[in-house]
Design a binder for this molecule. Sequence first.
Ligand SMILES: [Zn+2]
Ligand SMILES: [Zn+2]
Length: 368
Amino acid sequence: MAKRDYYEVLGVNRDAEEKDIKRAYRKKAMSLHPDKYDGPKDEGEEKFKELNEAYSVLSDGKQRRLYDQFGHAGVDSAASGARSADPFDFFSSIFDFDLSDLFGGGFGGTRRGGSPRQRGPQRGDDVVLDLELTYEEAYDGVSKKVTMPYNTPCKECNGSRAAKGSGYKSCPECRGAGMTEQQVQRGFFVQISRQPCKNCGASGQIPEKKCRTCKGSGKGSKREEIRITIPQGINEGEAVRVQGKGRPSNSGGLPGDLIFRIHLRKHSVFERNDLDVYSRIEIDYPTLVLGGDVEVPLISGKDTPRTGRLKVPQGTNINDVLRIQGEGFARKIRGNDVKGDAYYVATIKIPDKVGKKEKELLKQLKEL
Ligand SMILES: [Zn+2]
Ligand SMILES: [Zn+2]
Protein backbone atom coordinates (compact mmCIF):
# COMPACT_ATOMS: atom_id res chain seq x y z
CA MET A 1 0.00 0.00 0.00
CA ALA A 2 1.30 3.42 -0.86
CA LYS A 3 2.23 5.45 2.18
CA ARG A 4 0.30 8.58 2.90
CA ASP A 5 2.05 11.91 2.92
CA TYR A 6 3.21 12.70 6.46
CA TYR A 7 1.86 16.23 6.35
CA GLU A 8 -1.47 14.86 5.30
CA VAL A 9 -1.38 12.32 8.13
CA LEU A 10 -0.88 15.11 10.64
CA GLY A 11 -3.19 17.47 8.79
CA VAL A 12 -0.70 20.33 8.66
CA ASN A 13 0.74 22.49 5.91
CA ARG A 14 4.15 21.79 4.48
CA ASP A 15 5.48 24.96 6.05
CA ALA A 16 3.95 24.30 9.46
CA GLU A 17 6.03 25.30 12.44
CA GLU A 18 7.27 22.88 15.03
CA LYS A 19 4.68 23.87 17.59
CA ASP A 20 1.83 23.40 15.09
CA ILE A 21 3.11 19.94 14.31
CA LYS A 22 3.22 19.13 17.99
CA ARG A 23 -0.27 20.44 18.54
CA ALA A 24 -1.68 18.55 15.56
CA TYR A 25 -0.02 15.39 16.76
CA ARG A 26 -1.47 15.67 20.27
CA LYS A 27 -4.94 16.32 18.98
CA LYS A 28 -4.86 13.39 16.55
CA ALA A 29 -3.28 11.07 19.07
CA MET A 30 -6.06 11.84 21.55
CA SER A 31 -8.75 11.06 19.02
CA LEU A 32 -7.11 7.70 18.27
CA HIS A 33 -6.92 6.67 21.90
CA PRO A 34 -8.56 3.23 22.30
CA ASP A 35 -11.10 4.74 24.72
CA LYS A 36 -12.16 7.37 22.24
CA TYR A 37 -11.74 5.82 18.82
CA ASP A 38 -15.02 4.25 17.75
CA GLY A 39 -13.90 2.40 14.61
CA PRO A 40 -12.47 -1.14 14.61
CA LYS A 41 -9.60 -1.61 17.06
CA ASP A 42 -7.10 -2.73 14.38
CA GLU A 43 -7.85 0.29 12.29
CA GLY A 44 -7.26 2.61 15.23
CA GLU A 45 -3.95 0.98 16.00
CA GLU A 46 -2.86 1.19 12.39
CA LYS A 47 -3.71 4.87 12.26
CA PHE A 48 -1.90 5.52 15.49
CA LYS A 49 1.20 3.84 14.14
CA GLU A 50 1.01 5.91 11.01
CA LEU A 51 0.57 9.07 13.07
CA ASN A 52 3.58 8.27 15.25
CA GLU A 53 5.73 7.59 12.26
CA ALA A 54 4.74 10.87 10.62
CA TYR A 55 5.36 12.77 13.83
CA SER A 56 8.74 11.20 14.49
CA VAL A 57 9.93 12.37 11.09
CA LEU A 58 8.35 15.82 10.97
CA SER A 59 9.33 16.71 14.52
CA ASP A 60 12.99 16.04 13.81
CA GLY A 61 14.55 18.86 11.80
CA LYS A 62 17.03 16.69 9.96
CA GLN A 63 14.54 13.95 9.14
CA ARG A 64 12.02 16.53 8.05
CA ARG A 65 14.51 18.08 5.64
CA LEU A 66 15.23 14.69 4.16
CA TYR A 67 11.55 13.98 3.84
CA ASP A 68 10.92 17.34 2.18
CA GLN A 69 13.64 16.64 -0.32
CA PHE A 70 13.17 12.96 -1.00
CA GLY A 71 9.77 11.98 0.34
CA HIS A 72 9.35 8.62 1.98
CA ALA A 73 12.39 7.23 0.21
CA GLY A 74 14.62 9.66 2.06
CA VAL A 75 13.50 8.80 5.55
CA ASP A 76 12.48 5.17 5.09
CA SER A 77 15.87 3.95 4.15
CA ALA A 78 17.50 6.26 6.64
CA ALA A 79 15.37 4.73 9.34
CA SER A 80 15.57 1.11 8.30
CA GLY A 81 19.14 1.19 7.02
CA ALA A 82 22.01 1.15 9.42
CA ARG A 83 21.82 4.58 10.98
CA SER A 84 25.30 4.18 12.36
CA ALA A 85 26.78 3.22 9.03
CA ASP A 86 27.55 5.58 6.20
CA PRO A 87 24.84 8.22 6.35
CA PHE A 88 24.87 8.47 2.57
CA ASP A 89 24.14 4.84 2.05
CA PHE A 90 20.52 5.41 1.40
CA PHE A 91 21.30 7.72 -1.45
CA SER A 92 23.20 5.11 -3.32
CA SER A 93 20.41 2.63 -2.81
CA ILE A 94 17.73 4.83 -4.27
CA PHE A 95 19.72 6.78 -6.80
CA ASP A 96 22.27 5.05 -8.86
CA PHE A 97 22.34 6.98 -12.02
CA ASP A 98 25.32 8.49 -13.57
CA LEU A 99 25.84 11.00 -16.29
CA SER A 100 25.99 8.37 -19.00
CA ASP A 101 22.36 7.58 -18.22
CA LEU A 102 21.43 10.83 -19.81
CA PHE A 103 22.94 9.85 -23.10
CA GLY A 104 21.58 6.37 -22.89
CA GLY A 105 17.96 7.15 -23.51
CA GLY A 106 16.63 3.67 -23.98
CA PHE A 107 13.40 2.15 -22.94
CA GLY A 108 11.10 3.15 -20.18
CA GLY A 109 13.86 4.18 -17.77
CA THR A 110 13.92 2.57 -14.38
CA ARG A 111 12.01 4.13 -11.60
CA ARG A 112 13.80 3.52 -8.36
CA GLY A 113 12.20 3.38 -4.98
CA GLY A 114 9.01 4.60 -6.61
CA SER A 115 5.53 3.27 -6.83
CA PRO A 116 4.59 0.52 -9.23
CA ARG A 117 4.10 1.52 -12.81
CA GLN A 118 0.76 2.99 -13.68
CA ARG A 119 -0.77 3.40 -17.06
CA GLY A 120 -0.61 6.71 -18.83
CA PRO A 121 2.21 9.20 -18.98
CA GLN A 122 5.04 8.56 -16.58
CA ARG A 123 7.18 11.28 -15.19
CA GLY A 124 10.79 11.06 -16.38
CA ASP A 125 13.41 9.84 -13.96
CA ASP A 126 15.29 12.05 -11.60
CA VAL A 127 18.98 12.36 -12.27
CA VAL A 128 21.31 12.62 -9.31
CA LEU A 129 24.74 14.13 -9.60
CA ASP A 130 27.40 14.75 -7.01
CA LEU A 131 28.58 18.26 -6.37
CA GLU A 132 31.57 19.09 -4.25
CA LEU A 133 31.75 22.39 -2.40
CA THR A 134 34.36 23.98 -0.19
CA TYR A 135 33.46 24.96 3.36
CA GLU A 136 33.67 28.58 2.26
CA GLU A 137 31.15 28.04 -0.53
CA ALA A 138 28.84 26.25 1.86
CA TYR A 139 29.24 29.01 4.44
CA ASP A 140 28.01 31.76 2.13
CA GLY A 141 25.91 29.79 -0.27
CA VAL A 142 26.89 29.90 -3.90
CA SER A 143 25.52 29.90 -7.38
CA LYS A 144 26.97 27.37 -9.82
CA LYS A 145 26.64 26.69 -13.49
CA VAL A 146 26.60 23.18 -14.82
CA THR A 147 26.38 22.16 -18.44
CA MET A 148 24.16 19.15 -18.89
CA PRO A 149 23.77 16.93 -21.93
CA TYR A 150 20.19 16.02 -22.86
CA ASN A 151 18.71 13.67 -25.38
CA THR A 152 16.58 15.27 -28.01
CA PRO A 153 15.04 13.89 -31.17
CA CYS A 154 17.45 14.15 -34.10
CA LYS A 155 16.98 17.53 -35.77
CA GLU A 156 17.41 16.20 -39.28
CA CYS A 157 14.79 13.43 -39.21
CA ASN A 158 12.78 14.70 -36.26
CA GLY A 159 13.32 11.40 -34.50
CA SER A 160 11.84 9.35 -37.33
CA ARG A 161 15.23 7.64 -37.97
CA ALA A 162 14.60 7.67 -41.71
CA ALA A 163 16.29 9.67 -44.43
CA LYS A 164 14.04 12.10 -46.31
CA GLY A 165 11.62 10.27 -48.57
CA SER A 166 12.53 6.83 -47.22
CA GLY A 167 9.85 4.35 -46.23
CA TYR A 168 9.99 1.66 -43.54
CA LYS A 169 10.32 -2.07 -43.58
CA SER A 170 9.78 -4.75 -40.99
CA CYS A 171 12.72 -5.17 -38.63
CA PRO A 172 14.56 -8.41 -39.45
CA GLU A 173 15.86 -8.90 -35.88
CA CYS A 174 12.46 -9.12 -34.22
CA ARG A 175 10.43 -9.84 -37.35
CA GLY A 176 8.36 -6.77 -36.70
CA ALA A 177 7.42 -7.69 -33.14
CA GLY A 178 9.48 -5.01 -31.47
CA MET A 179 10.63 -7.48 -28.84
CA THR A 180 13.30 -10.12 -28.96
CA GLU A 181 13.21 -13.36 -27.02
CA GLN A 182 16.15 -15.05 -25.52
CA GLN A 183 16.14 -18.57 -24.10
CA VAL A 184 18.31 -19.14 -21.10
CA GLN A 185 18.88 -22.61 -19.67
CA ARG A 186 18.69 -22.58 -15.87
CA GLY A 187 19.18 -26.07 -14.54
CA PHE A 188 16.16 -28.02 -15.81
CA PHE A 189 14.28 -24.96 -16.82
CA VAL A 190 14.37 -22.87 -19.89
CA GLN A 191 13.72 -19.29 -19.08
CA ILE A 192 12.52 -16.99 -21.78
CA SER A 193 13.45 -13.40 -21.38
CA ARG A 194 11.86 -10.81 -23.60
CA GLN A 195 13.55 -7.56 -24.33
CA PRO A 196 12.78 -4.55 -26.45
CA CYS A 197 14.48 -4.98 -29.80
CA LYS A 198 17.57 -2.82 -30.01
CA ASN A 199 17.72 -2.90 -33.75
CA CYS A 200 14.44 -1.10 -34.28
CA GLY A 201 14.03 0.69 -30.97
CA ALA A 202 11.12 -1.62 -30.14
CA SER A 203 9.03 -0.18 -32.97
CA GLY A 204 9.22 -3.30 -35.16
CA GLN A 205 10.16 -1.20 -38.14
CA ILE A 206 13.37 0.11 -39.55
CA PRO A 207 13.77 2.80 -42.16
CA GLU A 208 14.61 1.66 -45.66
CA LYS A 209 17.19 4.40 -45.74
CA LYS A 210 18.64 5.59 -42.46
CA CYS A 211 18.93 9.25 -41.56
CA ARG A 212 22.57 10.13 -42.01
CA THR A 213 22.77 12.65 -39.22
CA CYS A 214 21.76 10.27 -36.42
CA LYS A 215 22.77 7.05 -38.24
CA GLY A 216 19.23 5.81 -37.81
CA SER A 217 19.00 6.19 -34.04
CA GLY A 218 16.56 9.08 -34.20
CA LYS A 219 18.44 10.72 -31.39
CA GLY A 220 20.35 13.91 -31.05
CA SER A 221 21.69 15.70 -28.05
CA LYS A 222 21.87 19.21 -26.82
CA ARG A 223 23.76 20.86 -24.02
CA GLU A 224 22.04 23.12 -21.63
CA GLU A 225 23.55 25.38 -19.06
CA ILE A 226 21.84 25.05 -15.72
CA ARG A 227 22.24 27.44 -12.86
CA ILE A 228 21.99 26.05 -9.35
CA THR A 229 21.54 28.17 -6.29
CA ILE A 230 23.01 26.59 -3.22
CA PRO A 231 21.66 28.03 0.01
CA GLN A 232 23.85 29.31 2.79
CA GLY A 233 24.91 26.72 5.36
CA ILE A 234 24.20 23.62 3.25
CA ASN A 235 25.75 20.44 4.60
CA GLU A 236 27.22 17.19 3.38
CA GLY A 237 24.61 14.75 2.12
CA GLU A 238 21.91 17.32 1.52
CA ALA A 239 20.53 17.89 -1.92
CA VAL A 240 19.55 20.72 -4.18
CA ARG A 241 16.78 20.00 -6.64
CA VAL A 242 16.32 21.63 -10.01
CA GLN A 243 12.81 20.90 -11.13
CA GLY A 244 12.18 19.47 -14.57
CA LYS A 245 15.82 19.15 -15.54
CA GLY A 246 16.17 15.40 -15.11
CA ARG A 247 15.39 12.79 -17.72
CA PRO A 248 12.64 13.46 -20.16
CA SER A 249 9.61 11.23 -19.95
CA ASN A 250 9.31 8.44 -22.50
CA SER A 251 5.57 8.59 -22.45
CA GLY A 252 4.66 12.24 -22.72
CA GLY A 253 4.79 12.94 -18.98
CA LEU A 254 6.73 15.61 -17.15
CA PRO A 255 10.49 15.41 -17.07
CA GLY A 256 12.18 14.26 -13.87
CA ASP A 257 14.23 16.52 -11.64
CA LEU A 258 17.94 17.10 -11.54
CA ILE A 259 19.23 16.56 -8.04
CA PHE A 260 22.62 17.65 -6.84
CA ARG A 261 23.88 15.71 -3.88
CA ILE A 262 26.21 17.91 -1.89
CA HIS A 263 29.63 16.88 -0.66
CA LEU A 264 31.93 19.09 1.32
CA ARG A 265 35.63 19.03 0.58
CA LYS A 266 37.81 18.46 3.63
CA HIS A 267 38.93 21.70 5.19
CA SER A 268 42.49 22.33 6.35
CA VAL A 269 41.45 23.94 9.63
CA PHE A 270 37.85 23.18 10.46
CA GLU A 271 35.78 20.12 10.83
CA ARG A 272 32.05 20.48 10.66
CA ASN A 273 29.38 18.88 12.80
CA ASP A 274 25.93 20.01 11.78
CA LEU A 275 26.23 23.79 12.10
CA ASP A 276 29.14 23.70 14.54
CA VAL A 277 32.79 23.79 13.55
CA TYR A 278 35.72 22.29 15.39
CA SER A 279 39.42 23.01 15.19
CA ARG A 280 42.54 22.65 17.25
CA ILE A 281 44.25 25.74 18.52
CA GLU A 282 47.75 26.14 19.90
CA ILE A 283 47.94 28.22 23.06
CA ASP A 284 51.14 29.14 24.85
CA TYR A 285 51.83 27.85 28.34
CA PRO A 286 51.45 31.16 30.25
CA THR A 287 48.05 31.83 28.66
CA LEU A 288 46.85 28.33 29.52
CA VAL A 289 47.91 28.82 33.12
CA LEU A 290 46.98 32.45 33.65
CA GLY A 291 44.13 32.80 31.20
CA GLY A 292 43.86 35.43 28.50
CA ASP A 293 42.59 35.60 24.98
CA VAL A 294 44.01 34.51 21.68
CA GLU A 295 43.26 35.27 18.06
CA VAL A 296 41.63 32.33 16.26
CA PRO A 297 40.44 31.70 12.71
CA LEU A 298 36.69 31.73 12.10
CA ILE A 299 34.84 29.92 9.37
CA SER A 300 33.95 32.39 6.64
CA GLY A 301 33.00 32.91 3.04
CA LYS A 302 35.48 32.71 0.19
CA ASP A 303 36.39 36.36 -0.01
CA THR A 304 35.91 37.38 3.58
CA PRO A 305 38.43 35.67 5.86
CA ARG A 306 37.66 36.37 9.49
CA THR A 307 39.31 35.95 12.85
CA GLY A 308 37.91 36.18 16.36
CA ARG A 309 39.09 36.44 19.96
CA LEU A 310 38.84 33.28 21.99
CA LYS A 311 38.68 33.68 25.77
CA VAL A 312 41.00 31.22 27.48
CA PRO A 313 39.98 30.73 31.11
CA GLN A 314 42.62 30.51 33.80
CA GLY A 315 43.89 26.94 34.24
CA THR A 316 42.91 25.65 30.81
CA ASN A 317 44.20 22.15 30.13
CA ILE A 318 45.29 20.51 26.94
CA ASN A 319 42.24 19.03 25.17
CA ASP A 320 39.84 21.35 26.96
CA VAL A 321 37.18 22.53 24.54
CA LEU A 322 36.56 26.24 24.33
CA ARG A 323 33.71 27.85 22.46
CA ILE A 324 32.79 31.01 20.63
CA GLN A 325 29.04 31.13 20.44
CA GLY A 326 27.31 31.79 17.13
CA GLU A 327 30.44 31.58 15.00
CA GLY A 328 29.76 28.29 13.24
CA PHE A 329 27.81 27.84 10.02
CA ALA A 330 24.57 29.71 9.70
CA ARG A 331 21.44 28.92 7.77
CA LYS A 332 17.82 29.83 7.47
CA ILE A 333 15.53 27.18 8.84
CA ARG A 334 11.89 27.95 8.16
CA GLY A 335 12.53 31.64 8.02
CA ASN A 336 14.68 31.79 11.14
CA ASP A 337 18.41 32.35 11.20
CA VAL A 338 20.07 29.50 13.02
CA LYS A 339 23.72 29.64 13.91
CA GLY A 340 26.18 27.02 15.07
CA ASP A 341 29.11 27.58 17.38
CA ALA A 342 32.87 27.45 16.89
CA TYR A 343 34.70 25.02 19.15
CA TYR A 344 38.42 25.04 19.77
CA VAL A 345 40.35 22.17 21.27
CA ALA A 346 43.29 23.53 23.25
CA THR A 347 46.77 22.24 22.51
CA ILE A 348 49.98 23.67 23.84
CA LYS A 349 52.42 25.65 21.80
CA ILE A 350 56.01 24.65 22.57
CA PRO A 351 58.47 27.17 21.17
CA ASP A 352 61.16 25.79 18.82
CA LYS A 353 63.84 27.94 20.37
CA VAL A 354 64.10 29.71 23.69
CA GLY A 355 66.33 32.67 24.35
CA LYS A 356 68.65 33.10 27.28
CA LYS A 357 66.14 35.01 29.33
CA GLU A 358 63.30 32.54 28.78
CA LYS A 359 65.63 29.69 29.68
CA GLU A 360 66.45 31.41 32.95
CA LEU A 361 62.81 32.02 33.74
CA LEU A 362 61.81 28.45 32.93
CA LYS A 363 64.57 27.16 35.20
CA GLN A 364 63.33 29.34 37.99
CA LEU A 365 59.79 28.18 37.35
CA LYS A 366 60.87 24.57 37.54
CA GLU A 367 62.59 25.12 40.86
CA LEU A 368 59.55 26.76 42.36
ZN1 LIG B 1 13.31 -5.04 -34.18
ZN1 LIG C 1 18.13 11.57 -37.74
